[in-house]
Design a protein around this ligand. Structure first.
Ligand SMILES: C[S@@+](CC[C@H](N)C(=O)[O-])C[C@H]1O[C@@H](n2cnc3c(N)ncnc32)[C@H](O)[C@@H]1O
Length: 416
């Protein structure tokens, strides 16, 4: 009997970010050694059965992973293989595994990924026959959600709008080289929770502020223990702090702009009033109007992680001239160094600083960004160069590709 489950993970549009997100989650649940294969925008990995539940429970803490499912069938595939009976047997197992009520209508959607349209069509039609056969044998009603678009999987919006997590089954087939892998979806990121959290916020000052999705990824990367402390020294309207509370950590924020301090206080008060998770856990939060270059004068608590999107320089629609760009980067480097020197004093050993740096990309060879080695030397923090799993090298861009002004994800560790 196999001691592992083969799991498939769909990555988001920024693969580095998704892989780092996944790597951090696997580290947190202490999976140990991981064997995996990367294929298109998926990662297939084996997870030990005893910790599989822990893995699935923690998925809502990630922000950049789109979908996770379990492979239940792996078989050699040739174009003339008829798989209807085998599919029917496995779909029946899915229904039981997911505890779907067969007395009610069952929604199905298909996600078939192969390298040929013919193969996709053939597998699609066999899956439909298998579903039909089952529905006939067990007398349940079926609603197919991907009738015309066999190859197109549901988007996370469509998946949750259709209540697929409660009332449906998404079947996934991947044909990779000569093998077919069949499995069902277990979890899909739910954009509606973020939309609700965001829309309910009384004050939103930054039109280009961090999204909750991105913020969740940053918090996951920081690996803060439950009831630990998160510090955001450039708190803005409190996006990171609010997301921290949602992930069950205590939060402290600093901003030198009174308008922002008022806004983040109001946002957090409102969030705590409405979110039952906070009421139950009695989490603490503080926000201070202060200059973060002297943050150690105001924060006295030991901190588990610093997560921040700092002041990134003047708002620009296009690159400044090179000299002006160099000046801006120098000023920002100085600001970040001072703040990080003070963060180091408060950080627990092995605590992380997850921070976003601006980057002006003049050409392939001329990229301006605050000097990480210099900041390391002056602050005593060590920058993270590589993820534990999946070979992600840091820092990397977190925005859309090819932007001349971009943002980089940088992680520092308080290693000594
Ligand atoms: C990019 S915003 C942070 C946005 C935040 N992530 C959000 O989504 O709401 C940067 C913040 O840093 C604050 N700031 C700039 N310099 C500062 C300093 N020296 N000390 C404290 N806060 C500072 C600004 O007032 C601004 O609110």
């Amino acid at each position: 009997m196999s001691l592992k489950y083969t799991t498939f993970v769909k990555l988001g549009f920024n693969k580095n970010l998704s892989k780092l997100d996944l790597s951090s989650l696997l580290e947190k649940i202490e999976v140990g050694k991981v064997s995996y294969v990367e294929w298109k925008d998926h990662i297939f990995l084996d997870i030990d059965k005893p910790i599989f539940n822990k893995f699935t429970q923690k998925l809502p803490h990630t922000g950049s992973i789109v979908k996770v499912g379990k492979i239940s069938l792996e078989k050699t595939y040739t174009p003339d293989t008829n798989m209807v009976d085998l599919f029917a047997k496995h779909i029946f197992q899915c229904i039981q595994n997911l505890k779907i009520d067969m007395n009610k209508q069952i929604k199905f959607s298909l996600n078939i990924q192969t390298n040929s349209k013919d193969t996709t069509a053939k597998i699609g039609s066999q899956l439909r026959s298998a579903i039909k056969k089952l529905a006939h044998d067990y007398q349940f009603k079926v609603k197919m959600l991907s009738s015309k678009r066999i190859t197109m999987e549901l988007s996370p919006y469509e998946y949750h709008k259709n209540n697929m997590n409660k009332r449906g089954i998404e079947l996934n087939c991947f044909v990779i080289k000569s093998k077919i892998y069949f499995g069902f979806t277990l979890w899909v990121t739910n954009p509606f929770i973020d939309i609700e959290d965001d829309e309910k916020r009384p004050i939103r000052l930054f039109t280009h502020g961090l999204s909750f999705k991105m913020t969740r990824t940053l918090i996951n990367i920081a690996k803060i223990p439950k009831n630990g402390w998160l510090l955001d020294p450039f708190a803005g309207t409190g996006t990171i702090l609010q997301c921290g509370l949602r992930q069950s950590v205590n939060v402290a924020g600093i901003d030198n702009d009174p308008k922002c301090v008022r806004a983040s206080k109001e946002n957090l008060k409102d969030f705590c009033k409405n979110a039952s998770i906070i009421k139950k856990k009695e989490l603490k939060w503080n926000i201070y109007k202060y200059d973060s270059r002297q943050l150690n004068q105001i924060i006295k608590t030991e901190i588990d992680a610093v997560i921040t999107e700092p002041y990134l320089g003047p708002f620009l629609k296009q690159l400044p001239d090179l000299e002006e760009g160099k000046e801006t980067m120098k000023r920002l480097e100085k600001l970040y160094t001072k703040v990080l020197i003070n963060c180091k004093k408060l950080l627990k050993k092995e605590g992380k600083v997850v921070i976003i740096f601006p980057s002006y990309n003049y050409s392939k060879d001329i990229i301006l960004t605050p000097n990480i080695s210099k900041i390391e030397k002056l602050s005593g923090l060590t920058s993270m160069k590589q993820s534990k799993y999946f070979n992600v090298f840091l820092p990397f861009d977190i925005g859309r590709k090819h932007n001349v002004i971009s943002r980089k994800l940088v992680v520092f560790i308080n290693s000594f």
